[in-house]
Write a protein that binds this ligand. Structure first.
Ligand SMILES: NC(=O)c1ccc[n+]([C@@H]2O[C@H](COP(=O)([O-])OP(=O)(O)OC[C@H]3O[C@@H](n4cnc5c(N)ncnc54)[C@H](OP(=O)(O)O)[C@@H]3O)[C@@H](O)[C@H]2O)c1
Length: 201
């Protein structure tokens, strides 16, 4: 299959892309500065341009753009909206625009995160973004045309990020990278749609 991986050079992406390639998929990596083609999830025009440049694909995987940490006492709705631009609205754009460009039966695999289900200090934005992505995924699965599918993988802290972020989230048991990659592979190669894959116990 021909697959776009947005954020394919990042922590999750650099494990996922080789796994997809080793299974024979033709992978195009997209990001703002790295990768084969450029896209900025905060810019709908670049999402449209990405699809025009790459042409019809059988799968789109997004492993890009974090929600920012926040301080609830000083949080504003404007700051929350800004926080949602890349990870929520950007991934939504990949689907809303992609439905008009992707091949019949194409799959979309988005990425959310554990804070949709597990409240934690300083991640109000992250929780809202991920919860909204879960609802979007379920709704989109009902209406996507031409047999297209959509799923969202919701990781906890991932194994390769423990050194970078572990101190912010003490007590979160990381998901091993191999287990996480398998979730994405099943979304791309399987038949499921509308699934929220919780990569945590
Ligand atoms: N790491 C974790 O422990 C963890 C846990 C739960 C959920 N997640 C979620 O998983 C996803 C991937 O995380 P990660 O840790 O692999 O991220 P990462 O290491 O920071 O990599 C992010 C990738 O996305 C690209 N990117 C960032 N902003 C972008 C934008 N606006 N438009 C297009 N590309 C953009 C970056 O490349 P450029 O800089 O070249 O654009 C980079 O390739 C994120 O949504 C994150 O919130 C991660």
């Amino acid at each position: 299959m021909r697959i776009i991986v947005v954020g394919g050079g990042g922590t999750i992406g650099r494990r996922l892309v080789p796994a997809l390639r080793s299974r024979g998929h033709d992978v195009v990596v997209a990001a703002r500065t790295s990768g084969d083609v450029h896209v900025d999830l905060t810019s709908p025009a670049t999402v449209e341009a990405l699809y025009r440049e790459v042409g019809p694909v059988d799968g789109v995987v997004s492993v890009a753009a974090h929600g920012a940490l926040d301080e609830f006492g000083t949080l504003t709705s404007d700051a929350l909206r800004e926080n949602m631009r890349a990870k929520f609205f950007g991934q939504v754009d990949l689907v809303l625009t992609g439905q008009h460009h992707c091949a019949d039966g194409a799959s979309f695999t988005l990425t959310s995160g554990i804070f949709a289900d597990r409240p934690w200090p300083h991640v109000t934005g992250g929780g809202v973004i991920s919860g909204a992505l879960h609802s979007f995924t379920r709704s989109a699965a009902v209406e996507l045309p031409r047999g297209m599918r959509i799923n969202v993988v919701s990781p906890t802290l991932v194994g390769d990020s423990v050194d970078a972020f572990g101190e912010h989230f003490p007590g979160l048991r990381p998901v091993p990278m191999g287990e996480l990659v398998d979730h994405y592979l099943r979304c791309v190669e399987g038949t499921g749609t509308g699934q929220v894959i919780r990569a945590y116990r």
